[in-house]
Structures are given as C-alpha cells and as structure tokens.
Design a protein around this ligand. Structure first.
Ligand SMILES: [Zn+2]
Length: 195
C-alpha cells in the first residue's frame, strides 16, 4: 500500500469517527446551554470535516496549503449566511434565524461549481464542492437539504443519521473519481488507490 493510500484510508476512518465525536460533543449539556459556544463548535466541526475531506481528496497532502486553507475557509464561511437570513449582524438573531441562507443551497452550489469549472477549471470546481457538500450533508441531518435557491418547497426532510455517516466519507472519494474521469483517465483501482 502506498503512503498516499494509507493517508487516504486513515483520513476516511478519522472522518467517520470525528463526525460521531462532533455529534457527541454537541449533545453535551454544557454545549447546548451555551448557544454561542455551540455555534462556534459546530462551525469548527465543519472546518475539520472539510480538512479531512481535502486530505482524502488531494494527491499532495503535504503541499498545496492554499487549497487546504481554501477548503477550510469555505466550509466555515457558509454559516455566515445565517446573518444574511436574519438580516442582522446580531449573533443571537443569526442563531435564531428560521430559514437558512443562500450559502446552504445545494442546487446553487452545484451551479456555482459548474460556472467555476468553465471559468477556473476542474481543480477550483472540485475544491469548491469539497468545501460545500460535506457542510450541507452534515447540516441536512438536522434540517434536510435546501435544494433550490429562493424557494424552500423542494427542501428534503432531515436526512437519516446513518445515511449522512455513509455519504460524508464518500464525497471526497466520488470527487477523486470525478477528477480522474474529467482528466480523461479512467478511474482504475491502481489510479485511485495509487498502487
Ligand atoms: Zn451550516
């Protein structure tokens, strides 16, 4: 097994464990009782899931720090749209906003990734999806997926916890396959697992 494959499998296992650990932390009374700390912790869990997703996805886990930072920041800033949804700079108002803002719209994220693909290329589009889709999936466990912009009629009900556990580690692997396919390299076992 190559070191890249080992890192990818280790990061996948860490992603599985960390998602459960994050949910465990967020269910603690001291976290639930302090809403601001809860909001910060929840955002940091999104960031860490973004980082692990990037470690699985990248072929250069010890380089391209700018990509890592971009994914981590992207996974975090999505939650700024709670302020947009609340139309207020108040943290309390943002946390009490009933509807999610536009950054949480998965359909719009896919549309933006297609625009990025056309304008900036495959790498930018895939990094964008890597930052956004795991965040949306994890949030969907509580609130469902926000499918189309400017309407909540197609929003899904909250996703099953086990389904989210399955999908979260799959996202970077699916994007690895998409990367190989788009590069014109059929995603063979040897290419994906670097063996
Ligand atoms: Zn969110």
């Amino acid at each position: 097994m190559s070191s890249l494959t080992f890192i990818r499998i280790l990061a996948t296992l860490m992603l599985l464990c960390f998602t459960d650990f994050g949910d465990f932390l967020e269910s603690r009374h001291f976290v639930i009782n302090c809403r601001r700390f809860h909001a910060i912790l929840d955002n940091m869990i999104h960031v860490w899931i973004g980082i692990l997703s990037w470690i699985i996805f990248t072929e250069d886990p010890f380089g391209k720090c700018q990509d890592l930072i971009a994914v981590a920041l992207g996974a975090s800033v999505i939650d700024l749209d709670h302020f947009l949804a609340a139309q207020s700079f108040s943290v309390d108002a943002a946390m009490s906003a009933g509807k999610r803002g536009i950054f949480h719209c998965t359909g719009l994220a896919i549309l933006i990734s297609l625009v990025l693909f056309r304008l900036k290329g495959r790498s930018s589009a895939l990094l964008f999806l890597l930052a956004v889709i795991p965040h949306h999936l994890r949030d969907a466990q509580r609130r469902g997926l926000y499918v189309l912009p400017f309407t909540h009629q197609l929003d899904t009900p909250p996703l099953n916890r086990a389904l989210v556990r399955l999908l979260l580690p799959l996202v970077p692997w699916v994007l690895i396959l998409a990367n190989h396919l788009q590069a014109g390299n059929p995603p063979t076992i040897s290419r994906v697992f670097n063996v």
